[in-house]
Structure formats: C-alpha cells, structure tokens
Design a protein around this ligand. Structure first.
Ligand code: WTA
Length: 647
C-alpha cells in the first residue's frame, strides 16, 4: 500500500471547475438536499417537457422503486447533436483513428454526425423499428457505431451493444434475451492487424434467432461476405435514399435507453437496463467534473463501445457536453507499444482515460516506447475498470504524464452508469491506488458481512445508501432479479459486490470483487458462465473456476476440471478445452490455467468450497483454514500436489 500523496497542483486548484472547497460544499448539498442539487444539475440538458418531480426512489422492499425526473421528456440524441448545431455545428464531434496507422483519420463534425444519425434513424424506421424495440449492435470501433447508438436513441429504440469479441453463441444468447429483430454489424472488424469475421459470426448466431428479420451490414474491410436477400441490407445502400432529417422522439425520462449485458455471480449475463433522463444527467455531469472538461478540448476514452465505459465516455457524456471525442479502433501495442502515445500526439489529446491492464502491459515494454513521443498536449489522465496498483499508477504519472498530469482513478460499474468514487483533479489530493472520494450524490458505506455499519478507518463490503440518477433501473426481462441481486444482501442498500477499505482521511480503496465475479483485463466475467461453458463439453463432468493473480491482466482465469470417468485427461484435452471456452464465450474468457482434478472440495451438502480453490490458485496453500467440514478432505492434498508450476 502506497503512502505517497500527490497534492492538487496549484494551477489546477486555481483554474479547475471544482476546487476542494467547492467539492465539499456541493457534496454536502448533494446528499443533504438531493432534490435541490439535482433540479439544478438537470438544467444541463434540453428538456422537451420540463420535469416537476426530481426523484421517487426507495431501496426498501415495501416501496421499492427508482424514478428520476419521471414527468419530464427529452431526447438524448437531440441533446448530443441538435442543440450543438447552432453554436458548434462545424466543430469536430468524433475524431476517428483506424487500427491501421497508414489509413487516414476521419474527422466528423457535429453537423455531419447529425445528418448521418438522421439517415440511419430513417433506415431503422423503414425496417420497421420504433419506440421500445430492441436493436442489437455488434460493431467494430468505427464512427458508425456511435451513429447507430444515437439513431436508436433518436427514434426511441433500445440499443443492446454486444462486444465484437464475443462468440456467435454469446451473441445469440443476448439477441434472444432481449428479443431484437434487427442486428447491425460490419463485414469484418480490424484489431491489431487481424480481421474479425463479424458478419459470419452474426450469420452463425442467427441460426438460433429466427425472429431477426433485418441485418444492416457496414462495409469496413470490403471483405466478400454472404448477404441474405430480403434480410441483409448494405448500410450505405440503405441510407443513400434516406432523408437527413428525422425528428427526435419525445421520450419520457424513465423510458429505456439501452440494455448492456454484464456478468454477475450467478447464472447467465444479465441485461442491465438504463433509462434516459437520469443517465443523461449523470453521464454528462461526471464527464464534465471528473475530467474538468471545457468545450474545445480533445478527449480520449480508450474503451470499446461494447463496455459501459464506451457508452458513457466515448459517446453519451462527451457528446452531450459538445466535446471532441476520440474513437480508436486499434489496440495499445500494435504495430508497436508507442501506438497510444502516437495517437495522443497526432490529435493533440488533452485528456486520456484508459485501463490499468493496458498500462501494465505497456509498462513492461519499457519507457522508451513512451519517451519517443511528445505527449505535450496531455493535461489529465484517467484510469478505470479495475484497481490500479500503485506501481502502475506511479509509472503512468511519472512516465506518461511527466509528473504534470493528475490521475483520476474512477471506480464505477455497468450498473452505476458512470463514475461514482473518483478524485476531481482540482479538488482531491491523490493517493496512488485509491479511487478516493464519492462523486456528488453518492453515499458509500462500509458494512461487515452481517450488515453492521463500520465507521472510520476500516474495511468491509461497499454499499450505497442513496439512489443517484444514473443507477440501473432493472434487469431486462427479469424484474425480480434486480431486487434480488442488489438489494437483499444488505436490505435497504445497494450492494456493489466490491470489497473496500477506508483510510483515516476518508479515502476509499477498492480491494476487488468479493462475489464470484472476476475482473480479467478490466473485463467482467462470471465464474459461473465459464463453468457452464466447460461442463457443456462432452468430456467434462464438473468444473469450478476462480480468479488468480496475474501480473498484466490483474486477474487470470483458473479452472479446475473433473473429466468424465471414461476420459483420460491429457495435454490435448487441455488445449481443446481452452479452444472450447473461446468458442463458447469469446477470447476474453480464455482460461489461463486448467487443472484436471479427480475431485473438488465439497461440503457434506455438496457445495463447492471456493475459498479453498482460490487459495490453491493463488498458491497460498499454507493457510487453507478449516477443511474439516469437507466431505472428503483428502481431495485438497491431491489438488495441491497436482497444481501446475506456473512461470
Ligand atoms: C471494478 C466498469 C477498482 C470493480 C466501469 C467493479 C474498479 C467492476 C475500478 C465493474 C476502479 C471498476 N478501481 N476497481 N477504478 N473500476 N472496477 O461493470 O470491481 O465492467 O465492481 O464497469 O470493475 O466492472 P464493469
């Protein structure tokens, strides 16, 4: 644990939107008089019908409900586009950089983006999509991904983006769950010089999804892909005849905006549902304050739009605020580990927001890859997705930011919509590795496993006691699951699933998930999902998956597999199972270790004791705790003896 403190630089304290005094004052107001605070903050949007009621929220079972600005109406796409046209129509909305450094960048003005969104919205309508319909997007990181999102929002359709690294099976599951009839994809994606067969994946997925009657296909690489007559539409041919005007639908603040599937500790991924008004206020406000954003600045969030970070900080937050948002199709280390910083120099990026896993990978390649670039435009750095270890933090600060850029380490979740616990660059002294202080309106609490509230410097389970506008509103298709998952562990409170320490200065340090969710390279994976993929293989009788420490990815995937009696486990089977999981879920779920286990440690009632499996995976076998309650304690010694020696 680092004890270093980096005080707010003087210039930041003087010039930032929010300094320490202002933070204290606004924070107090936001929790003591939330209605007053949010009534004011919501004025950042253009409302078609102003709201009168700020919130009606309760986490208690008797009157459970989360409603913000519920009698107001607005259109979020109009807030991202139309209202900017008069003042900054010719300003750049999206600056796009290809995976291939030799391909020219694209600069898309607010006016052009508006026209593209309207055309595409009209195409969606022509294919029968309307208010409340779900549209699945399976797209590479190209401006058209933002166009498709905003077009859905413009006509009141609900987008569900599926990360383009997911397998056809995973895609099919998500299409079926939300009942999309239209899918938007590209011929191929391009990442790190490799082609990803997106259209072919969609075709495979759709063999399971009979209700899909339209597929809109963007030409990205120009590859020759099969087009099914009647169903498949070429994007550019489709929009060519559409008018560049499409009136935005007036949406109620609580109308759904998007669904985003994410992993939980049990069952299949759940469709996290966000609605319109509260999310828009929350994404916009946090983008402005956390990044001290001023119009005209070049902002780069290096996340994929397939994750919530891409929703809130590549598209909605920046565009509502009239920003120039950078969209990057590629990866940090291709063609070489200077790539990020070359893009920073090329565009004059002032604010860069990335994931610790990428930083750790780049750090390992050596400082010279960074130092051969200028980075003189950078003024602020951000981190998101997983805990950042103090070494990576210091490297980011010293080498990438040359000591002059504050780092905002933002803790949040798909469920929370946008940043929740984070420093503000003009207000918060920085402690490397700490997400520091709550955002306005966020009321964190630490409780023990019985729910007892812990005070002062302590460690416990992180819960939130008050609603905030960007909170998820439900699990698509399963209203019960929302309440069950988040509000029953500690009644009356939202349980985050994260463990957390609070120090004597009131700084929060997220220690990681305490449920059966693991965080691999900043991507959330449910261990249950990987287990069900493994047991779907004919050779596998049983599987248990846990996280293990991993120097680059943060956590790696460690799978214990028991094969069927007639199967002799060998190296070929191990390789086959790795491929199998990649095929079932996608490359992000690739197991790092598969240990064949003749038996798993179970209680007499048959429950797998994951605590023990975690310890073995971590190679912490000297301290396994009480194993006497196991049905067969001898399996533990076998597991320890068989543990593969890892480099
Ligand atoms: C983890 C990503 C520590 C945490 C925005 C959370 C973090 C999960 C941080 C959500 C951070 C995210 N420090 N841990 N700054 N940011 N996490 O839904 O465990 O993909 O619960 O949202 O990532 O992951 P999700």
């Amino acid at each position: 644990m680092s004890e270093a403190i980096h005080p707010v630089p003087e210039a930041w304290a003087k010039n930032a939107l929010i300094n320490a005094d202002r933070y204290a004052e606004l924070y107090r107001q936001s929790v003591e008089d939330p209605d007053g605070f949010w009534r004011q903050e919501a004025q950042r949007l253009d409302w078609l019908t102003p709201f009168t009621r700020v919130q009606r929220t309760s986490f208690d079972e008797a009157d459970f409900g989360i409603r913000w600005f519920e009698d107001g109406a607005l259109n979020i796409a109009a807030n991202c586009l139309d209202r900017h046209l008069a003042v900054r129509g010719d300003a750049i909305a999206i600056l796009w950089e290809s995976d291939d450094p030799s391909e020219p960048e694209r600069r898309i003005s607010y006016r052009q983006l508006h026209a593209e969104v309207c055309r595409f919205a009209n195409l969606l309508k022509a294919r029968g999509v309307g208010r409340g319909d779900r549209v699945t997007l399976y797209l590479p990181m190209v401006p058209e991904a933002a166009v498709a999102m905003l077009a859905c929002a413009r006509i009141g359709a609900i987008h569900s983006i599926v990360f383009a690294g997911f397998s056809p099976d995973a895609l099919a599951g998500r299409i079926l769950d939300c009942g999309s009839r239209l899918v938007v994809t590209a011929d191929e994606g391009l990442r790190g010089g490799r082609r990803v067969p997106l259209k072919a994946n969609v075709d495979e997925a759709l063999t399971h999804c009979r209700d899909v009657d339209s597929v809109i296909v963007l030409r990205r690489t120009g590859a020759d892909v099969a087009m099914q007559a009647g169903r498949d539409v070429d994007w550019h041919e489709g929009v060519a005849s559409q008018p560049a005007e499409c009136p935005p639908e007036a949406m109620n603040a609580e109308d759904p905006l998007f669904i985003l599937y994410t992993s939980g500790s049990t069952g299949k991924p759940k469709g996290v549902l966000h609605t319109t008004g509260g999310y828009a206020v929350w994404a916009s406000m946090t983008h402005q304050y956390v990044f001290d954003y001023r119009p005209g600045q070049i902002f780069w969030c290096a996340a994929d739009i397939g994750w919530v970070t891409g929703h809130s900080y590549v598209v909605y937050g920046p565009l509502i605020n009239g920003a120039t948002t950078v969209m990057f199709e590629g990866v940090p280390n291709w063609p070489d580990p200077s790539r990020f910083w070359q893009v920073v120099d090329k565009f004059g990026v002032e604010i860069f927001y990335g994931a610790p896993t990428a930083l750790r990978a780049l750090m390992r390649e050596g400082d010279h890859w960074v130092q051969k670039t200028r980075r003189s435009s950078l003024r602020l750095l951000g981190s998101v997705g997983e805990p950042i270890n103090p070494e990576a933090w210091e490297w980011y600060h010293r080498v990438v930011g040359e000591g002059r850029c504050p780092i905002v380490d933002t803790w949040w979740q798909t469920e929370t919509g946008a940043a929740m616990i984070t420093p503000l660059p003009g207000a918060t002294d920085l402690k490397p590795g700490s997400a520091s202080k709550p955002m306005f309106g966020v009321a964190p609490q630490l409780v023990d496993s019985e729910g007892k509230v812990l005070e002062g410097a302590t460690e416990g389970c992180l819960v939130l006691t008050q609603s905030w506008p960007g909170q998820m509103r439900g699990v698509w298709g399963d209203p019960e699951r929302f309440f069950q998952t988040y509000f029953t562990t500690f009644p009356g409170k939202y349980f985050t699933g994260d463990g957390c320490r609070r120090d004597a200065d009131g700084y929060y340090w997220i220690t990681g998930r305490i449920d059966d969710v693991i965080n691999v390279s900043g991507h959330r994976m449910g261990t249950a999902e990987i287990e069900s993929a493994l047991v779907a293989h004919e050779a596998v009788a049983e599987a248990a998956v846990v996280g293990m420490p991993h120097a680059i990815k943060g956590q790696g995937i460690y799978a214990y597999v028991t094969t069927n009696a007639e199967v002799e486990p060998d190296e070929a089977l191990r390789r086959a199972l790795v491929q199998w999981v990649r095929h079932e879920i996608g490359p992000i779920a690739t197991p790092d270790v598969i240990q064949f286990a003749p038996g798993l440690p179970k209680t007499r009632s048959g429950k797998i004791m994951r605590r023990i499996l975690r310890k073995i995976a971590e190679n912490e076998t000297s301290n396994l705790g009480d194993i006497s309650t196991l049905a067969d304690p001898s399996v533990v010694a076998t597991l320890i003896a068989d543990r593969p020696q890892l480099a």
